[in-house]
Write a protein that binds this ligand. Structure first.
Ligand SMILES: Cc1ncc(COP(=O)(O)O)c(C=O)c1O
Length: 429
């Protein structure tokens, strides 16, 4: 096995002649010493560059899908770079507003928005609500008739098209909980209903076919598929959603955000779509911006089978390998460009055999207990999908830039774990 492919590292990453890795001008092993492990390290310049790329690829409107990774610093950064914010729950709305994002720049998604979430969105003045079903249209209309101003809405349509990605990441197929079908006429019926509604202002159509899609042809197909409907209904706005894939492991190739934008715009032009074209990338903005640092603990060699390297995190900071069987690389940041000759399985500290971070990885044979090991491309759907399983503390996040490290999410504490736990012992007779 070869050394780590350096193109999987964040933009500002450099490898010193001694093999040591720096990101944002800071030694990564020193960062682990300063902030402890596990630790998420995000390259701020990388994040800003991807936001800028998205804004120029989709000049009519680019939203950052906060579900990929959110905290107030990230919301502020994306907004400073000109992006709106895609939010899908009351919690994501609250973080975006607390960060100072104007409510007008929020796009509210979700297949099951509650009445209280809709009320929250309306009271704040959220810019756009993407309605997902007739039940939700009913809910929204009843909330609006309670006195709120008519919100701008888009209709999430489901084109019944397969995108090339993991089954769990496909959202545009007919058998899906998301959206109103274009196949059975529900999408058109919803459009015609909302055109006449006085409770909402109909702004357009929205589609999101899936996530981790490598082939821009999948997006072109969706646009072509929806062309006749969009030409006919003539919405003001048409959002292609998110879903652009990123390379996680050696040998994978993903289109750039610029290539994605070009493909979507040319497909829209060919389909005769005149609407403003918007998009909402999440993964493509944040995934490759981060690495996760762990400390190697127990190294268990099972002769003729494999070597297990246990680290101090696991499925609670990166559930993607467990959820989707996703692959990751692993390397030693003290020796970034070394050959990784030793086959390893990197596992977490949770009480699950399935708690795997890197199923078939390789590390240099100089690996020792106490070494800092790193997994690249962990900026999306890691921290945000994390959990407290086994009451493991959620890791901190630092943003690094020009030799400075800014702690943007602190490490969880044992006191944090107890804050919601109401002691009931006194109530037991
Ligand atoms: C409606 C919607 N928009 C945008 C995204 C972001 O997708 P990605 O992170 O793959 O770009 C998602 C992700 O599931 C989504 O559901």
């Amino acid at each position: 096995m070869t050394a780590l492919p350096l193109d999987l590292l964040p933009d500002s990453a450099t490898v010193r002649p001694d093999g040591g890795l720096e990101i944002g001008g800071l030694d990564v092993v020193d960062l682990a010493g300063e902030f402890g492990t596990p630790l998420f390290v995000y390259d701020e310049d990388h994040l800003r560059a991807r936001c800028q790329e998205a804004v120029s690829a989709f000049p009519d409107g680019a939203s950052y899908a906060t579900k990929a990774f959110t905290c107030m610093a990230m919301v502020r950064l994306a907004h400073e770079e000109g992006m709106s914010l895609d939010v899908s729950t009351g919690g994501e709305i609250q973080v975006a507003l607390a960060a100072g994002a104007p409510a007008e720049d929020l796009v509210f998604h979700g297949n099951n928005k509650s009445v209280s979430e809709l009320e929250m969105a309306l009271a704040a003045g959220v810019g756009r609500i993407v309605v997902d079903s007739f039940a939700e249209i009913d809910r929204l209309e009843s909330v609006v008739s309670g006195g709120a101003m008519a919100p701008k809405v888009l209709i999430r349509v489901n084109p019944g098209v397969e995108a090339h990605t993991h089954e769990y990441l496909q959202t545009g197929v007919e058998d899906s909980k998301f959206g109103l079908s274009t196949v059975d006429g529900s999408a058109r019926a919803a459009y015609e209903r909302l055109e006449k509604s006085t409770a909402v202002e109909l702004a357009g159509l929205h589609v999101h076919v899936g996530s981790q899609v490598f082939d821009v042809g999948s997006f072109r197909n969706v646009v072509a598929e929806l062309g006749p409907l969009v030409r006919d209904l003539r919405p003001e706005e048409f959002s292609i959603g998110g879903g652009l894939g990123v390379a996680y492991v050696e040998g994978e190739q993903a289109p750039t955000i610029t290539e994605w934008g070009r493909a979507v715009h040319s497909a829209a032009e060919e389909a005769g779509i005149e609407a403003h074209i918007m998009a909402e990338p999440g993964r493509a903005i944040v995934a490759a911006a981060a690495v996760t640092l762990y400390s190697a603990g127990t190294i268990k060699e099972i002769p003729s089978i494999r070597t297990y390297v246990s680290v101090d995190g696991g499925m609670s900071d990166n559930p993607r390998p467990v959820l989707y069987g996703s692959g990751y690389e692993v390397f030693l940041p003290r020796s970034t460009d070394s050959e990784r000759a030793m086959p390893v399985r990197v596992v977490g500290k949770h009480c699950e055999s399935g708690d795997v971070l890197v199923r078939d990885g390789h590390l240099p044979s100089s690996l020792e207990q106490g070494d800092i090991v790193a997994t690249p491309v962990t900026g999306a759907y890691g921290h945000s999908m994390g959990s407290n399983y086994n009451m493991v503390l959620r890791p901190p996040v630092v943003f690094v830039k020009n030799g400075d490290a800014r702690l943007v999410i602190r490490r969880e504490t044992y006191d944090d774990l107890l804050t919601r736990d109401l002691a009931v012992l006194d109530a037991v007779d």
